[in-house]
Design a protein around this ligand. Sequence first.
Ligand SMILES: O=C[C@H](O)COP(=O)(O)O
Length: 251
Amino acid sequence: MNSLFPDRTAFLASVVSKEEAIVALKAHIDVVDVKNPAEGALGAALPETISEIRGVVPKTIPVSAAIGDMPYLPGTAALAAIGAAQAGASIIKVGLYGAKTPDEVLKLLFSVSTALKKYCPESSLVVGAYADAQFFGGIDFLAVPSMAAEAKAAGCLLDTFDKSFGHNLLEIASMERVRDFVSACREWGLFSALAGSLKLEDIPLLLPLRPDYLGFRGALCEGGRSGKLSSRKVLEISSLIAGESSTCRRS
Ligand SMILES: O=C[C@H](O)COP(=O)(O)O
């Protein structure tokens, strides 16, 4: 398993600027994730934003970057991945929005993983699956871990595409299917990350599944994911993950 934190569930906080990264770092966070909510669930930030955030985050804390709710454009995806890695991200997240068949998923993922291996061998690929893929004809999220493993990804993220109110991960996917996703990642040697408008109250429900990461943005902000990051909310979620996680891993 590729998790950097094998004995507990880690906290990934999504930020849009170096100012937000500084706010987030007042709490204990394990991964600083860079995204641009204006361009979607896994919207890509500008390269300089990634570099600025990398510049204020201690080197001991990985920086991940979303490169988009990717259409089925393997070349574009490969170039975007290299751009994000060159800008300072060591973990690259690509959302499987446009690839509709296993062949398309594999072609897109191999384009990205081959490019990262050649030009940015220190970086890791995380494949973004969507719990609400059925609403846009995307690939079922339970089919993604095996293909991510075939493409030599390091991990899989289960997220939601539609971030409007009421599209929380556990309101869209059953706990059984989310559990199956985490188990499939483990079986395929991938780390698992869960996200999707997660709320504070989802943490004790999800931690027993022992995901490697829980990812948040909306719940960290005042007024939703396009709002400003709140240090109080970051601290609240960080403390709950740390507290509950150590209990779960001991059991
Ligand atoms: O990758 C992390 C997620 O996209 C977090 O964003 P969210 O909490 O707004 O769904």
